[in-house]
Design a binder for this molecule. Structure first.
Ligand code: SF4
Length: 691
C-alpha cells in the first residue's frame, strides 16, 4: 500500500469544520487553541474543542466496503476502475460524474478537478459549495471582478463603526467571530442584523430587522432607496470608483419605504435607523451569509446589498467594505481550484480559451481535449441515471442525501446509478447507499492547505497518526489513475500537488504562485492573490485588501447592477400556509456526518426540531415537546416542537444537520449561480396524532 505522505508534520493545525478555520494544536489527541491565528486568537467553539473525538471514533471506517462487505484496496479500486471503464465504454466520458466538497483541502479540490478532466475527461463535475456561497460568489464576481469572501482581514471588523449582517448567524455557526463584533461594539460600533429569527447573533444586535423569509432583496432595495433619499450616498466615490449608479438609483426609486415595509414586514423607522447608522459611520461593513444567499434570487439579493455598500462608498476603503461570511471549512479555496463545473484552477473560466491553454500546459494535455462546462450540483444530482445523464458517480467529502434540496428525489437518483463510489471516513447516509466505500484519512491526519473566509491560505499540518488501512483522497485518486494508465500525473504528496496548483493558478484571479508551505508556516497564513516574483526580487507580500486602489474589472471600477425583487419560487397558499426556513445550530456542522458522532455535541443537540411561534403553536394545538409533522410539496419531516417567540408567527425553522428538512426544500435554482432555494418554501404543520 502507498505510504501516507509525511510532510509537513507538527501539532499546529486547524479545525476540521467551518470557514473560520480556527487554529488549534492537536497533541496526543488533546486540543488546545492557537493564539497566533487572528480569526480565533485563542478561542474555539464547542465543535472545535471536541473535534479530537473524531480521530478515535469507533465508527471510523478502516477498510474499503464493496457492496457492504469488507474488501481489500486492490479489489475495491480494481472494481471501481473496471466499472468506470464499462460505463465510459457504453456512455462516453460524461457517463461518469464527480462530486466534491467545500471541506476538501486546496490540494484535493485541485486534484479532483484535474482527475475529472484529465483521467476521466468528463465535464460532469461540481461540488457541494454550489449549495453554500455560490450566489455571493457570482454577485461579487460581477460587481468587483473578484470573489474573495472577506476582501479584508477579519480584524478590520474590530475597528468598524457599524456592521450590517444579512442572513448571518455567527453566534451559532462560528462563535469566535463574535469576538470581533464584541470588540467593535466595545469601541462604540453598532450592529444591525437582518434575519427572520431572533437568532443568538440578532440578540447581540443594536437593531434587528426581522424580515419575512424570501424578502431580503426588497429590504436591500428599500435601504438603498432611503440612503439615496436621505443624502447618505457618497457621490464622489460613486463617480470615481463605480459605474451603473444612475440605473440603480432609478430602479430603487420605486421601492419607497412603506412599500418595503408591506413586503418585508420590517417597520420603516427601523429601516431608516439602520441606514442612518451605516451612513454616518466612518468605517462600515455590509456582510451577507446563507440567509440572504440561498434563494432562487440569491445573486440578485447579494447584488442589492453590494449596491447598498457601494452607494455608501464602503468597498475598497480601508476598514470598510462588503464581504460574504463563507460557511464550509474550505468554502473559499474549494471554489478556486477547479472542482466547480464552470471553472479551472486559479478561478479561471473553463470556456476561456486562454485559461484552457494555460491549465492544459500545466497538465501536459491538449487544450482541445479539456471538456467544457458541466452541470451545476443540483442539476448534476437530478440527472444521475437518467437518459443522457451520468451512470456512475464518484463522491468525495459530501453527504447530499442530507444536504441536497429535494433530498428524497436525490436519493432516488442515487439509487438508480450503475455505480456509486463514496470516499469518507465514516459511513454517512450517502456512503451507506454506495456500491463502494473508500475509507479516508481525516483533517489532522494529513497535510494540506485551506483558505479561510478572509482569503488567507493556511497550513493544516499532520498532527495525528491515521489508523491502519485508510488512505488519503490523493492516494485514492492515484490508485484509480494507476488503473486507468495515467497514475504518474497524480502525485500523492500534498506539497507536490500544491506546487503544481501554484503553477496552474499563476496569472489567474486567485493567484497562489508566490505562496509556499514555508511562507504560510512562517507568516501564519498568506492572503491571495500572491503572484510569484522573479529571482532576486522581494517576494510578493500577499494581498489582505485587494480593492484599495482599484477593482479588478477592465476599467478598475466596481459595477453597480440594477436588480428587481420577486417573490419566492414557492409562496404560501391555503394548502401550505406557513414558510419553512432552514439553518444551523451551535453544536453541529453541515450534514452532521461528523458532529452527530461526537457525544458532547449530540447531548447538546440530540435531534431534529421544529421551531414555531407561540401564536402558531396555539392555532395548531402544539405544545413544547410535541412531535410535529412538517409537510410540503416534495416530502415531509418530523421533529420535536420548540415553541418560542424568536421566530415570526408565519414561519417555522428546522436545522438541516439531520435527514429531514431537505426533503422539503425547493430545488428552484438561481439563474446565475444555480443556487437552490434552501431558505424558503411553503409547508403545512400538524401535531402528530397519538403523541
Ligand atoms: Fe472555529 Fe468554526 Fe471550528 Fe468552531 S467550528 S472551532 S468556529 S473553525
Amino acid at each position: 500500500a502507498p505510504v501516507i505522505a509525511q510532510v509537513p508534520a507538527g501539532s499546529a493545525t486547524h479545525c476540521p469544520y467551518c470557514a473560520l478555520q480556527c487554529g488549534m494544536y492537536v497533541t496526543d489527541g488533546q486540543i488546545t487553541p492557537r493564539e497566533d491565528i487572528p480569526a480565533n486568537a485563542g478561542g474555539l467553539c464547542q465543535k472545535g474543542w471536541t473535534a479530537a473525538e473524531l480521530l478515535s471514533s469507533p465508527e471510523r471506517l478502516t477498510t474499503p466496503l464493496l457492496h457492504g462487505r469488507p474488501a481489500g484496496w486492490d479489489e475495491a479500486l480494481g472494481f471501481v476502475a473496471d466499472r468506470i471503464g464499462a460505463v465510459r465504454a457504453e456512455h462516453g466520458p460524461d457517463g461518469v460524474a464527480v462530486f466534491g466538497g467545500g471541506g476538501l483541502t486546496n490540494e484535493k479540490a485541485y486534484q479532483l478537478g484535474k482527475f475529472a478532466r484529465v483521467a476521466l475527461r468528463t465535464s460532469q463535475i461540481d461540488y457541494n459549495g454550489r449549495f453554500c456561497m455560490s450566489s455571493a460568489a457570482a454577485a461579487a464576481n460581477r460587481a468587483f471582478g473578484m470573489d474573495r469572501g472577506l476582501p479584508f482581514p477579519i480584524t478590520d471588523i474590530d475597528r468598524a463603526d457599524a456592521v450590517l449582517l444579512a442572513g448571518v448567524n455567527v453566534a451559532e455557526t462560528m462563535p469566535p467571530f463574535v469576538r470581533h463584533l464584541s470588540e467593535m461594539r466595545a469601541g462604540g460600533g453598532r450592529l444591525i442584523v437582518v434575519d427572520p429569527r431572533l437568532t443568538q447573533t440578532a440578540r447581540r444586535a443594536d437593531l434587528h430587522l426581522q424580515v419575512t423569509p424570501g424578502t431580503d432583496l426588497a429590504l436591500a432595495l428599500g435601504l438603498l432607496h432611503i440612503a439615496v433619499a436621505d443624502g447618505h450616498a457618497d457621490l464622489g466615490y460613486l463617480e470615481s470608483r463605480t459605474t451603473g449608479f444612475e440605473a440603480v438609483r432609478t430602479s430603487v426609486s420605486a421601492w419607497w419605504p412603506e412599500r418595503v415595509e408591506r413586503v418585508t414586514g420590517v417597520p420603516v423607522a427601523l429601516m431608516r435607523e439602520a441606514v442612518r447608522i451605516l451612513g454616518e459611520a466612518s468605517r462600515a461593513m455590509v456582510l451577507t451569509g446563507r440567509g440572504a444567499e440561498q434563494h432562487a434570487k440569491g445573486t440578485d439579493t447579494v447584488t442589492a446589498f453590494v449596491n447598498l455598500a457601494l452607494a455608501l462608498g464602503l468597498p475598497g476603503r480601508e476598514g470598510s467594505g462588503y464581504g460574504c461570511v463563507t460557511g464550509q471549512g474550505n468554502g473559499q479555496g474549494g471554489r478556486e481550484h477547479g472542482q466547480k463545473a464552470d471553472q479551472l484552477p486559479g478561478y479561471r473560466k473553463i470556456d476561456d480559451p486562454a485559461a484552457r491553454e494555460h491549465v492544459a500546459a500545466v497538465w501536459g494535455v491538449d487544450p482541445a481535449d479539456l471538456p467544457g462546462p458541466g452541470r451545476s450540483a443540483y442539476e448534476l444530482l437530478d440527472s444521475l441515471g437518467t437518459p443522457g445523464g451520468p451512470k456512475a458517480l464518484l463522491l468525495f467529502g459530501s453527504n447530499p442525501l442530507v444536504s441536497a434540496p429535494r433530498a428524497g428525489h436525490v436519493a432516488e437518483r442515487l439509487a438508480g446509478l450503475d455505480l456509486l463510489v463514496v470516499s469518507d471516513f465514516v459511513l454517512s447516509e450517502t456512503a451507506a447507499m454506495a456500491d463502494v466505500v473508500l475509507p479516508t484519512t481525516q483533517w489532522a491526519e494529513e497535510a494540506g492547505t485551506m483558505t479561510n473566509l478572509e482569503g488567507r491560505v493556511l497550513l493544516r499540518r499532520r498532527a495525528a497518526e491515521p489508523p491502519e488501512g485508510v488512505r488519503t483522497d490523493l492516494e485514492i485518486l492515484r490508485g484509480l489513475a494507476d488503473r486507468m494508465g495515467c497514475g504518474e500525473r497524480f502525485p500523492t504528496d500534498p506539497r507536490t500537488v500544491f506546487d503544481e496548483l501554484r503553477a496552474a493558478s499563476a496569472g489567474g484571479v486567485a493567484d497562489y504562485s508566490g505562496i509556499t508551505y514555508e511562507r504560510i508556516a512562517a507568516e501564519t497564513g498568506v492572503f491571495w492573490p500572491c503572484p510569484a516574483t522573479g529571482a532576486g526580487e522581494e517576494p510578493h507580500p500577499g494581498t489582505p485588501r485587494p480593492f484599495l486602489d482599484r477593482f479588478p474589472t477592465p476599467d478598475g471600477r466596481a459595477r453597480m447592477i440594477a436588480v428587481e425583487h420577486r417573490p419566492p419560487a414557492e409562496d404560501v397558499d391555503e394548502e401550505f400556509p406557513v414558510y419553512l426556513t432552514s439553518g444551523r445550530v451551535l453544536a453541529h456542522y453541515q450534514s452532521g456526518a461528523q458532529t452527530r458522532r461526537i457525544r458532547p455535541l449530540t447531548q447538546a443537540a440530540p435531534e431534529l426540531f421544529v421551531e414555531l411561534h407561540p401564536e402558531l403553536a396555539e392555532r395548531l394545538g402544539v405544545a413544547p415537546g410535541d412531535m410535529v409533522r412538517v409537510r410540503g410539496r416534495r416530502g415531509a419531516a418530523e421533529g420535536v416542537a420548540r415553541v418560542n417567540d424568536a421566530i415570526r408567527p408565519d414561519t417555522v425553522f428546522m436545522p438541516f444537520h439531520w435527514e429531514g428538512v431537505n426533503r422539503l426544500t425547493n430545488p428552484a435554482l438561481d439563474p446565475v449561480s444555480r443556487m437552490p432555494e434552501f431558505k424558503v418554501c411553503a409547508v403545512a404543520v400538524e401535531r402528530l396524532a397519538g403523541e
